[in-house]
Design a binder for this molecule. Sequence first.
Ligand code: 13P
Ligand code: SF4
Length: 382
Amino acid sequence: MPMALSDLLMLGQGKDLGSERGVSCTGELPHPSEPGLVERARVARAALGNRALVLGHHYQRDEVIEFADITGDSFKLAQAAAAQSEAEYIIFCGVHFMAESADILTSSAQKVILPDLAAGCSMADMATAQQVNDCWKVLEEFGVAQSTIPVTYMNSSAAIKSFTGKNGGTVCTSSNAKRAMSWAFEQGEKILFLPDQHLGRNTAVLSLGLALEDCVLWNPWKPQGGLTREEIINAKVILWRGHCSVHGRFTVESVAEVRKRIPGVQVLVHPECQHEVVSIADVVGSTEMIIRTIEAAPKGSAWAIGTELNLVQRLAKDHPDKTIAFLDKDVCYCSTMNRIDLPHLVWVMESLLADHLVNHIKVDQEVATYSKIALERMLALP
Ligand code: 13P
Ligand code: SF4
């Protein structure tokens, strides 16, 4: 049956406030082409001084990265937030789940601000608390929940991190997924990996040496995840059926095409890419690892990189002595990361200077308590 327009979740209508999609901006944004915008940003940043810390994820636009005090992948930025006790405001240039994690890891006196509330993450939206609770009930019914450890990718809502903390699990990022899964196998016999099936599968198979058959895929839209009782009981890793709408689009064909087009090219991809792509790449690594690999690469070397386009373009600009190509010309920017732009950053900084707190990200206290347990387990991983 066709869906009525009113049934569709409209971005910016505030119909689903728990969603990573967020709501639209209520502020008077400066125009992106305003000639004095960069100067306005400089003045506001200087006036805020130590009262604010600007964190910028590597997938942010250059115009935003220019004003970041610390740049990093989600792990490094979580560490930076946890280590920061001074700044009154943490302006998080990234996506909603990262700002939530920063709120959980900072003191109650500190305020985390996300410059555009519509900067969510489609992957994080692929696992809702209700769906994950339903899955856990099935595991309990089959008697395997006790020996299952949830491992939740940072790219998830605070509610899912809270579920993870409550049930003896840990958060992970792409930089420490191997350590997190090894730790989980020391605590139990089975892992429920949420919500990115690709990171879970790639880590289980390529880093921990499990077989593909040891992993099953839980489809939250099907009864019992679309699995038989036997499949659930026998699995070592239950992967959630979520994916990144950017990294998931790189294909085996794009790897073959770039190898033909650029002789000697090395293919470097993020572990959120599909298993088939990661399996044939030359190097696989988290966002920070991709940056380190290019920095250490010899002059004249050629690389095709499968990760977010803002970062690949910045790497190409910063390393003119190397050939740096984007792995697939048909893959776009992460649309939600890209929502944070200079007008939004200027607007939040000027609002804070006028003592007007905008776009404050505040996680519910009970959710925050259990999420913090899962996040701190990650930060303490050996
Ligand atoms: P990392 O920052 O862990 O590399 O994650 C990539 C990503 O997709 C962030 O949204
Ligand atoms: Fe989410 Fe992928 Fe965008 Fe990261 S790059 S915010 S995982 S959609």
